[in-house]
Ligand binder design. Structure first.
Ligand SMILES: Cc1cc2nc3c(=O)[nH]c(=O)nc-3n(C[C@H](O)[C@H](O)[C@H](O)COP(=O)(O)OP(=O)(O)OC[C@H]3O[C@@H](n4cnc5c(N)ncnc54)[C@H](O)[C@@H]3O)c2cc1C
Length: 456
């Protein structure tokens, strides 16, 4: 009971501990808006507000945009193109994704489903791989050229409030100064400690937060193209399911870049804690897989890192609008599966629109700023998250889903591929017996029903 009570208490936002603003400490300048975090969410919010003529301060703790992230990821072209037309002419993209594959894996086999089409290589394209550093830098450059002020090496320590209204931020040492603004936008990424500390959101549960490890491995462009069967400049993204996450419901992926490939793998922090598995061990499971090893052969490790992704889905989204304050991107748990870049950029865009309307009416109340939530609700961001709302619960309720069905699918494929001298009918019976010994038919039907209920 005590444990349950503790969990329940931690799900509720803590009572706000708002430090009052001392009248004696006056900063030199007051901005229209301060954005905390120069990732895709924060930089987009800063850009669109500055473009509308707002006086914007963008604060980033890293020495350069993207410094706190490693490797790269995929960007959905249409979502980005609608916000930043023909962005591929300005932002350095790595490869045009023409192939999307899923590999269901066991320790010694892979059942692959793959789609490749040259139609996906035509403008306005479908997906690109991008290096995070290039993406973050490009977005920050846009914000700065639109008029935003970017301060690097500035870690925000806390949000300042005046009678419940957010009015500014205080820096961590050595920049222990304060900045004031009419609107604060929190874009500080997964597990926003600033929002939690201010009592604006509950503590993120370890079941809703996944930890991912990633490694970037350098290989010559021609080697990548030959090994992954790609035309020059084209790329692939491969989702890895089953074996990489050691029996838990996580995912892995391989992304191809110009002259490197990225391997990502992760699962819920709660599963790491329960299993005692160390995050790097999952990466080793992929790199040591006998069918993946040859794809990496001769590669040189360039970077290694880890980051969190909020994976609680729609039901884990906290209150995003507060007096004088909006929360965007990962800080707002706006991630669908592992797709977060575009949701972060669009939430930054919607937050900028709400901030602009608030500025022209000189009304920074929660009610006025709720335009942000309205725009989010009407967009693909919330509608897609809502459509996948039951996914997180399914993964929790059927913890063996990915691993068991990867085994089952691979065993079926193996038996079907294997040539026996026995007659076809006997072979079919053998396959049926093999797969139902892994999971009884009734259990399979019940799992299938659970999946249908989620995706319908
Ligand atoms: C391994 C991995 C692979 C992924 N792959 C993809 C993919 O292929 N496609 C996709 O769409 N998404 C992917 N994502 C998700 C994507 O990275 C995020 O959804 C996206 O980066 C969210 O953007 P954001 O601006 O909200 O937060 P972030 O990108 O995390 O940026 C937050 C910024 O805030 C700064 N910051 C934090 N705290 C402070 C503070 N107190 N003061 C000042 N600055 C602060 C950080 O340094 C950082 O620069 C992946 C995530 C991971 C971990």
């Amino acid at each position: 009971m005590t444990m349950l009570k503790h969990w329940y208490e931690s799900k509720k936002p803590k009572k706000p501990v708002h430090k009052p603003l001392p009248e004696t400490v006056l900063p030199c300048k007051k901005y229209d808006a301060i954005v905390v975090g120069a990732g895709p969410g924060g930089a987009s919010a800063a850009y669109f507000m500055a473009k509308e003529g707002l006086d914007v301060l963008l604060l980033e703790r890293g020495p350069y945009p993207g410094a706190k992230n490693c490797g790269g990821a995929s960007l959905i072209a249409e979502h980005t193109h609608k916000l930043f037309p023909n962005f591929w002419e300005e932002c350095e993209c790595e490869r045009i994704i023409t192939q999307q594959a899923y590999w269901l894996m066991t320790e010694d086999s892979i059942l692959a489903s793959s789609f490749q089409s040259l139609k996906l290589a035509a403008a306005p394209f479908n997906r690109f791989t991008v290096k995070r550093r290039n993406l973050y830098q490009w977005l920050c450059d846009k914000a700065v050229s639109a008029g935003a002020e970017l301060h690097l090496n500035h870690q925000v320590d806390q949000v300042l409030f005046d009678e419940g209204q957010a009015v500014g931020v205080e820096m961590s040492p050595p920049n222990q100064n304060r900045f004031l603004a009419d609107i604060i936008i929190l874009a500080d990424g997964a597990n926003s400690l600033l929002a939690e500390q201010a009592g604006l959101i509950p503590q993120v549960s370890p079941q809703d937060l996944a930890l991912y490890v990633k490694e970037t491995i350098a290989l010559p462009a021609e080697v990548i193209e030959e090994r992954f069967n790609l035309l020059p400049g084209n790329g692939t993204i491969i989702g890895l399911i089953g074996h990489p996450t050691a029996g838990f419901n996580g995912t892995g992926s391989i992304h191809t870049f110009k002259e490197s490939i990225n391997i990502n793998v992760g699962m819920a922090i709660a599963d790491f804690a329960a299993s005692g598995i160390r995050p790097y061990e999952l990466l080793e499971r992929i790199k040591k897989h006998p069918l993946i090893q040859p794809l990496l052969s001769g590669g040189v490790s360039l970077e290694y890192g880890s980051s969190a992704i909020p994976e609680g889905g729609y039901h884990a989204i906290p209150e995003l609008v507060h007096p004088g304050l909006l929360i965007v991107g990962d800080a707002a748990s706006l991630v669908n599966g592992t797709h977060g870049f575009n949701l972060a950029m669009w939430s930054g865009f919607f937050a900028a629109q709400a901030a602009y309307q608030a500025k022209i009416s000189r009304d920074f109340s929660q009610k006025k700023l709720s335009l942000y939530r309205t725009l989010l609700n009407e967009s693909f961001v919330m509608q897609d998250l809502k459509a996948n709302a039951k996914m997180a619960a399914l993964q929790r309720n059927v913890p063996y889903l990915f691993n068991l069905y990867s085994h089952l699918a691979n065993e079926t494929a193996y038996q079907m591929s294997k040539v026996y001298t026995m007659p076809k009918k006997a072979k079919r019976n053998l396959i049926f017996k093999k797969i139902t010994s892994i999971q009884p038919l009734t259990k399979m039907a019940s799992d299938l029903w659970k999946v249908i209920k989620v995706i319908q």
